[in-house]
Design a protein around this ligand. Structure first.
Ligand SMILES: Nc1nc2c(ncn2[C@@H]2O[C@H](COP(=O)(O)OP(=O)(O)OP(=O)(O)O)[C@@H](O)[C@H]2O)c(=O)[nH]1
Length: 310
């Protein structure tokens, strides 16, 4: 895995949010030569752009009609997908209460209006540099070194978040536990390096099969993977599991020592739960694991969905 922590190695993405065109123009002039800039003229548009374009940093006006800057910041910090975006408020308010509101909403910093161009440049530069280091550390801590997909630590963190989210919304949370069949024999016949390459390709197939931004494919350990699918019911989870199983077959990686097929296959255990207060997130994984065990018992290279009683 290559992690680039050289400051300035890539142009940072900065979203400018202000309902006044003149302010946007000014900030644009100050920053355009250094960064990739996006512009939003209101809070709702800012949130939408944050989800779609994943900026590194937002320069956020506080007072705007509709959704104001403080509320935009709170919502960004609530979502696991956007909480890493640094927010610098651009504010005319300088009372202690107004400043405190910026910190309490989750802002990383603020600059006061009228904007001093040099201060704006330096604040943005400092926070982008910080974010690059944080992103690099995050990648080291949350990405599996061999396959480049999420690691188990990342999975556990997301499982907690999605579990709580589904507990609040009453929506189902699905998990696919996926294990490469006869992988010991694969290593024994083709060698450990080929085994590693095989795991990388399987991981790639899983990632490609995930359709929604909230879906997560992770390496659970060894030759075992786990896909977490928020707000996904049993029908959709089964369909996705079957697509995953087929996608791995379609890689057509030769495995002449497999008793299931002449190519690498996976077994998939599926579990779906609508979280309840008394359940623990680990229950979902235990059920997926039990279904995976059944898939192995039934001959491998297939999908088994856990029944509610498991
Ligand atoms: N090349 C490679 N092999 C790994 C890695 N992690 C685990 N393995 C191997 O995966 C194999 C897993 O073997 P088992 O748990 O017996 O399972 P299996 O052979 O796949 O059999 P079934 O799961 O019952 O189909 C072991 O030989 C491990 O050494 C890895 O990162 N790279």
């Amino acid at each position: 895995m290559t992690i680039n922590v050289q400051p300035g190695a890539r142009r940072g993405k900065v979203l400018l949010v202000d309902d006044q065109q003149a302010n946007l123009r000014l900030m644009h002039q100050i920053l355009a030569d250094e960064y990739e800039l996006f512009v939003a003229t209101g809070g709702a548009q800012a949130l939408e752009l944050c989800e779609r374009s994943a900026p590194d940093l937002v320069l956020l006006d506080v007072v705007m009609p509709g959704l104001d800057g403080l509320e935009v910041c709170r919502r960004l910090k609530q979502s696991p997908d956007t909480r890493g975006i640094a927010v610098i408020f651009v504010t005319a308010g300088t009372t202690p209460e107004e400043e405190n509101a910026c910190w309490e909403a989750g802002g990383a910093d603020f600059v006061t209006k009228p904007v001093n161009p040099l201060t704006l440049r330096h604040r943005v530069r400092a926070h982008l540099q910080l974010k690059q280091y944080v992103d690099a550390l995050h990648a080291l801590a949350f990405v599996d070194g061999l396959t480049g997909i999420a690691n188990r630590r990342h999975l556990n963190e997301r499982l907690e978040i999605e579990w709580r989210r589904c507990l609040r919304s009453g929506m189902p949370l699905a998990a696919l536990m996926i294990d490469v069949d006869f992988f010991k024999r694969y290593n024994d016949r083709y060698g450990h390096q080929a085994g590693d390459d095989c795991l990388k390709r399987v991981a790639g197939a899983l990632s490609s099969a995930m359709q929604r931004a909230g879906d997560l494919a992770a390496r659970y350990g060894g030759e075992e993977f786990l896909c977490l699918l928020p707000e996904t019911d049993a029908t959709a989870a089964r369909a996705l599991a079957e697509r995953v199983e087929q996608a791995v077959r379609d890689l057509a990686i030769e495995h002449l020592d497999s008793a299931t097929a002449p190519v690498v296959t996976v077994s998939v255990g599926v579990a779906v739960m609508c979280p309840l207060q008394d359940d623990a997130p680990a229950t979902l994984l235990q059920r997926a694991d039990a279904a995976l065990y059944q898939a192995k018992q039934l001959g491998r290279g297939q999908v088994v969905i856990a029944s509610d009683q498991d």
